[in-house]
Structure formats: C-alpha cells, structure tokens
Design a protein around this ligand. Structure first.
Ligand SMILES: [Zn+2]
Length: 106
C-alpha cells in the first residue's frame, strides 16, 4: 500500500472498501455454490458442449461441457450445433478448453 496522502482516503476508508469488495466476492461465490448444488441435485449430466451467451455487444463462446465457466449463462449444445456456431463466426472458441480442436476445426 502506498504512502498516505493528505486529502486522500484514509487507511481505514481503504480497508472498509476492501472489506465491502470481499463481502461481494463471497456473496457471489456462495451464489455459484448454490447454483452448482442445485444443478447436481437435479442429476444434470455434463453436456458435450455448451454455448455461453455474450453480454451486450460481446459475442458468445463455445466450451466443452466440462469447462462450464462458473456463473456464466450457458446452455447445452450438440457437437453439430457447436461446429455450426463456430463456423458462422457468431461465437468464439474458448481458448482454455479449445472446443475447436476437439471438433476438428483446426
Ligand atoms: Zn472453455
């Protein structure tokens, strides 16, 4: 932490801000846990691929079913649909799980 500067936020203000940020992170993680527990309770099988909806002007993304990003708005798609969405340039392939490689697109 840098030196305290006159007129700036106090060290206590900054610590209280940090506390609020961490409380929001914890609340978000607890919501993810609740959703995952609900998903598991429904006996949901892991789909082969999922499409993640884009937010705002952002394009969507295709993932392997095992790379479901926590908290993301996703829905299951078949391999054919995943291939079609990637071909149509309306979605990106996730750079972590590389569904494009698994689909033989590279
Ligand atoms: Zn992924």
């Amino acid at each position: 932490m840098s030196e305290w500067q006159p007129g700036g936020p106090s060290r206590l203000d900054m610590l209280l801000f940090l506390e609020r940020v961490q409380e929001m992170d914890l609340a978000r993680t607890r919501e993810w846990i609740k959703r995952e527990e609900e998903r598991l309770a429904q006996g949901a099988a892991v789909p082969e691929y999922v499409a993640q909806n884009g937010s705002g002007p952002a394009m969507g993304m295709i993932h392997k079913g095992t790379c479901r990003p926590l908290g993301a708005d996703v829905h299951a798609v078949t391999a054919d649909d995943a291939r079609r969405l990637l071909h149509a340039d309306v979605t990106f392939a996730c750079q972590v799980c590389r569904p494009d490689t698994a689909l033989g697109l590279l």
